[in-house]
Design a protein around this ligand. Structure first.
Ligand SMILES: *[C@@H]1O[C@H](CO)[C@@H](O)[C@H](O)[C@H]1NC(C)=O
Ligand SMILES: *[C@@H]1O[C@H](CO)[C@@H](O)[C@H](O)[C@H]1NC(C)=O
Ligand SMILES: *[C@@H]1O[C@H](CO)[C@@H](O)[C@H](O)[C@H]1NC(C)=O
Length: 578
C-alpha cells in the first residue's frame, strides 16, 4: 500500500491508506548526554547498547527548540556516512516529523560534508541542522558516532543551547516518533508524508549537496584562474586526500571535473563507513600516506581533509608541512588573491587563543582588527554574524571564511590554490617570503594524555598561583644564552564584543617580551583521565630557516620548568608532539 507516485520531474508524493501514526513513548533519562562544542560523541556501542540512547538525545534537541519556532520549520540533516549512519538518519527523520518539523533538507543518501550542511542552513534559511558526524574520530562498529546541533546561522549551537539540551536530557520522560515513516534517501527531489493530527504534509527534500556547495565556491573563487593553474599549459600538480570520508565526491566534482585536475590528483575518494579502518584526521601522523607520496617532489601541493570535510592540512613540495597557524596567517597576508574578499572587504581576522600569534603580525601590518577567542568555532560565528570577521582559524587544522559558519577544508585548499595562481610561486616560496617579511612563529604542541584528573587540576591550580605572584611578571628564564622575560601572565578570559558574554578559565598564558608565548590548557576529553596541552610559540625575527624542534627546545625546557610538569606527573615526555 505504501508506494511512491511519480508526479512530475522530481516530486514524489507518498500515498497512504491513512495518515502515519505519531507515537509517544515512555523513556528513562540518561544523565551523561552532555553535548560538548563538537556535539554528543560516543562509541557506537553506547548508542547500540543503551535502550533509546539516541532517541532520548534527539528528543532533547527537538524539545530545546521553542514550540512555535519548531512547528513547520525547516531543518538540514546530513552526516559523514560513518557506521550507523542509516539507522541514525532514519530515526532523525521519524522523530523530526513527529515533533512538528515541517521540512527536512537531506543530502543524497544522507551524506553531506559539515561545510555543505552549514551552507544549506543559510541557503534555505533553516532553523538549524542535525549533523551526524564525529569528525575527525574513527568510525566503524568500534568507532564513534556523534550528533551535533547547529543553529540558524549554520554554525555550532551556542553553549546556552547545548546546556539547555543537556538539562532537558536529564529529566526526559518520553519521546515522540513516527515509526512508520520511511524515506527514500536515494531519490533526489521532494517526498511528502501525511501524519496523524498534522494539517500539513511533512516534506523531505533530498538534495545534491555537491552541486550546491560547488556553486557556493564558484562565487568565492576565480574558477577560470584555478582551472588554468590545474590544467593549463603551466599547470601544477596537486594531491588531495579525502581520507575515505565524505569529501571524495566534492573533490572529484570540483577539482577534477570542474577545474580540470587529473583524476589521480584526488585519492581515497570513496566514502567508507569505517574510513578504511584509519583515523580520518588530517595531520602528519594520520595522513602519512600523503606525506610519503609527496617526498619525491612530484607534487607541488598536498592536502588532506578530515572525514566530514571541515579540517585541512596543507603541504608544500617534498611534503613540507605548513602549520595550521602559519597557513591561516599566510591566507590572511594574501587574502586579496580571493575575489570574494575583494568584493566584501576584510572585516577582521580571528584565531583561537592557543593558535600561534603569526596572524597577529599580519593584522598589525594591514591594520585589520584581530580577535583572539576561546576554542570553539561558535565564537567566530558570533563575530561573523555581527559583520566583524572575515577570516579565522585554529591550530587544530581548521581555517575558514564568513561564507559559512563552520571551518571549511576544501575552501582552504582553494584559498591556497588562489594564492599560487596569483603569486605564481611555489607553496614553499610563499612560506619563506612570509617568514622573511613577518618573522616566524616556531610552534609546537605537547600533549600529556591520561593524567590523573585530580593531580592535573592541582598542577594547573598551583601553576596559576605561581603565575599570579607579583614577582612573576618581569621574571627572566634562561636556557644557555636564550633569555625569555615574562611580560604578562593570565588565565585567559574572553568577553564577546558582540553580546558581552564572558568565557573564563580558557587556559594559562605566559607572554614574553619578545613576542613568544607559552600556553597551558587542561581538558577532560581525549579518552581516559585528563590531558594537559602545552603550546609553545617562539617568535624569531631573523633566524627563520631552522629546525622547529631544535629552535623550540629552550622555550619547551622553560615551559616544563615553570610548570614542574614532568616532576609532578612522573612523565619523562609528552604522549604526543604536534
Ligand atoms: C551508511 O550506512 C549504510 C547502511 O548501514 C552503509 O552501507 C554505508 O556504507 C554507510 N556509509 C556510507 C558512506 O554510505
Ligand atoms: C626571543 O628570545 C629568544 C631567546 O633569547 C631569542 O632566541 C629570539 O631570537 C628572541 N626573539 C626576538 C624576536 O627577538
Ligand atoms: C594527529 O592527531 C592525533 C589525535 O587526533 C594524535 O594522536 C597524533 O599524534 C597527531 N599527530 C600529529 C603529528 O599531529
Amino acid at each position: 500500500k505504501h508506494t511512491y507516485i511519480h508526479e512530475h520531474a522530481c516530486t514524489y508524493r507518498r500515498t497512504q491508506d491513512s495518515p502515519l501514526k505519531v507515537l509517544t513513548v515512555a523513556t528513562a533519562p540518561y544523565l551523561d548526554q552532555w553535548p560538548g562544542c563538537g556535539g554528543l560523541r560516543r562509541r557506537v556501542g553506547v548508542f547500540q547498547g543503551n535502550r533509546h540512547y539516541l532517541h532520548n538525545f534527539l528528543q532533547s534537541v527537538f524539545s530545546c527548540m521553542d514550540l512555535r519556532e519548531r512547528q513547520g520549520c525547516t531543518l538540514v540533516v546530513g552526516g559523514d556516512g560513518r557506521f550507523f549512519n542509516r539507522t541514525a538518519m532514519e530515526l532523525v527523520v521519524q522523530m523530526a516529523a513527529a515533533n512538528g518539523v515541517g521540512r527536512l533538507i537531506i543530502g543524497h543518501h544522507g551524506i553531506m560534508s559539515t561545510p555543505a550542511i552549514s551552507s544549506l542552513v543559510r541557503k534555505y534559511k533553516a532553523m538549524g541542522a542535525i549533523v551526524l558526524t564525529a569528525g575527525p574520530h574513527p568510525g566503524g562498529p568500534h568507532g564513534d558516532l556523534g550528533v551535533k546541533f547547529n543553529s540558524a546561522n549554520g554554525g555550532p549551537a551556542q553553549e546556552t543551547v547545548t546546556n539547555k539540551i543537556y538539562q532537558i536530557s536529564r529529566t526526559l520522560e518520553e519521546f515522540t516518533i513516527c515509526p512508520g515513516l520511511r524515506v527514500d534517501l536515494g531519490a533526489l527531489g521532494r517526498q511528502e508524508f501525511d501524519l496523524e493530527n498534522k494539517f500539513k504534509p511533512f516534506t523531505v527534500e533530498i538534495v545534491d549537496s555537491v552541486e550546491s556547495y560547488a556553486n557556493l565556491l564558484r562565487n568565492i573563487f576565480d574558477f577560470a584562474a584555478l582551472k588554468e593553474l590545474l590544467s593549463g599549459e603551466h599547470r601544477i600538480r596537486i594531491r588531495v586526500d579525502a581520507m575515505s570520508g565524505v569529501m571524495g565526491p566534492y573533490l572529484r566534482r570540483i577539482l577534477c571535473e570542474e577545474l580540470g585536475a587529473p583524476a589521480k590528483s584526488v585519492v581515497n575518494c570513496v566514502p567508507l563507513e569505517d574510513f578504511g579502518g584509519l583515523h580520518p584526521d588530517p595531520n602528519l601522523t594520520y595522513a602519512a600516506e600523503l606525506v610519503d607520496s609527496m617526498q619525491d617532489g612530484h607534487y607541488d601541493l598536498g592536502a588532506a581533509l578530515d572525514c566530514d570535510g571541515d579540517r585541512n592540512m596543507i603541504l608544500g613540495k617534498h611534503g613540507a608541512f605548513v602549520t595550521p597557524s602559519d597557513s591561516l596567517a599566510m591566507i590572511a597576508a594574501n587574502i586579496f588573491c580571493i575575489p570574494y574578499f575583494q568584493h566584501t572587504g576584510v572585516r577582521g581576522f580571528a584565531r583561537s587563543m592557543p593558535t600561534s600569534a603569526a596572524l597577529d603580525k599580519v593584522a598589525q601590518a594591514t591594520k585589520i582588527d584581530l580577535y583572539e577567542t576561546p576554542v570553539g568555532w561558535g565564537f567566530f560565528g558570533n563575530l561573523m554574524d555581527a559583520g566583524r570577521l572575515s577570516l579565522c582559524g585554529e591550530e587544530s587544522f581548521g581555517t575558514g571564511g564568513d561564507h559559512i559558519r563552520e571551518k571549511d577544508g576544501l575552501w582552504s585548499v582553494l584559498a591556497w590554490l588562489s594564492i599560487l595562481a596569483i603569486r605564481r610561486k611555489s607553496v614553499n616560496d610563499i612560506v619563506k617570503d612570509h617568514w622573511r617579511k613577518y618573522g616566524r612563529n616556531y610552534y609546537t604542541r605537547y600533549d600529556y594524555e591520561g593524567l590523573d584528573l585530580d593531580a592535573a587540576w592541582q598542577l594547573m591550580d598551583d601553576l596559576e598561583v605561581l603565575m599570579m605572584e607579583k614577582s612573576f611578571v618581569s621574571q627572566r628564564f634562561a636556557v644557555a644564552d636564550n633569555i625569555y622575560q615574562v611580560e604578562q601572565a593570565d588565565n585567559f578570559e574572553y568577553t564577546d564584543p558582540v553580546d558581552s558574554t564572558i568565557t573564563r578559565n580558557q587556559g594559562l598564558r605566559i607572554m614574553f617580551t619578545n613576542g613568544s608565548r607559552i600556553v597551558y590548557r587542561l581538558s577532560g576529553a581525549g579518552g581516559v583521565g585528563a590531558t594537559i596541552r602545552v603550546y609553545i610559540d617562539s617568535y624569531e625575527k631573523e633566524d627563520i630557516f631552522q629546525d622547529t624542534q631544535v629552535m623550540l627546545a629552550p622555550l619547551a625546557t622553560i615551559a616544563l620548568k615553570i610548570s614542574q610538569l614532568h616532576v609532578r606527573t612522573g612523565r619523562s615526555g609528552p604522549s604526543m608532539i604536534t
